[in-house]
Write a protein that binds this ligand. Structure first.
Ligand code: NAG
Ligand code: NAG
Ligand code: NAG
Length: 181
């Protein structure tokens, strides 16, 4: 019985997957579904003249927590084409993250990529996920988007490019794969 139920669920989700793809064109008039690959660097700057990441709250116990458990950070982080902050600005990563593990340094993230240049200017992607920052590669998921990214689904792979252990300032490489209408 369980096998049958699992098979039925599998078939149902496959059907849903295939039937949701043509929706872009047939039902919504938005053209064929597209796959876009987007690469950029994000600068998370806590300690600098004009911080792009600010700590807005923390628990009584956060200061004594080796994993910063209970802190909440709001970001407006520049997204640039190359790893240098002076490289071409393509957008801002706006949202928040919170260290939310008591056993390792791992952030829960909810961020909007706001594109301000190029063919995606004015469009946004919403990203969520878990970011255990000491892992080489972390994977977040795209949960939606606006403009060019309507009905977006996909994933974002990120790797730390540079990290300052004193200031906690970080530059992170993003490789985003997104399916959208
Ligand atoms: C947190 O700190 C505040 C201010 O020092 C104190 O009044 C409160 O009782 C503390 N709460 C906990 C749960 O320790
Ligand atoms: C991006 O779009 C905004 C709003 O439409 C516009 O003002 C700006 O010039 C555009 N930027 C580029 C680089 O095209
Ligand atoms: C980005 O991700 C795609 C698909 O996951 C992969 O094929 C590609 O090699 C990656 N690019 C880089 C620079 O890591």
């Amino acid at each position: 019985m369980r096998g049958k139920a699992a098979l039925a669920t599998g078939v149902a989700s496959l059907l849903l997957f295939f039937s949701s793809m043509p929706i872009c064109q047939a039902k919504l008039g938005l053209g064929e579904p597209k796959v876009s690959q987007i690469e950029f660097y994000m600068h998370d700057l806590l300690v600098t003249e004009k911080p792009t990441a600010v700590i807005v709250a923390e628990a009584n116990t956060t200061k004594s927590s080796p994993t910063l458990f209970g802190q909440v950070v709001v970001v407006d982080d520049p997204m640039t084409e190359g790893p240098e902050l002076t490289s071409k600005l393509i957008g801002k990563a706006q949202g928040l993250y919170a260290p939310s593990s008591q056993s390792e340094i791992s952030l829960s993230e909810a961020v909007n990529f706001v594109f301000i240049d190029g063919k995606f200017n004015g469009s946004t992607l919403s990203v969520m996920g878990r970011n255990p920052i000491l892992y080489k590669e972390r994977e977040l998921w795209i949960i939606g988007g606006s403009g060019a990214f309507r009905l977006a689904r996909g994933y974002a792979l990120k790797q730390t490019y540079s990290f300052d252990t004193t200031t906690l300032n970080a530059v992170v490489h993003y490789n985003v794969t997104v399916i959208h209408c």
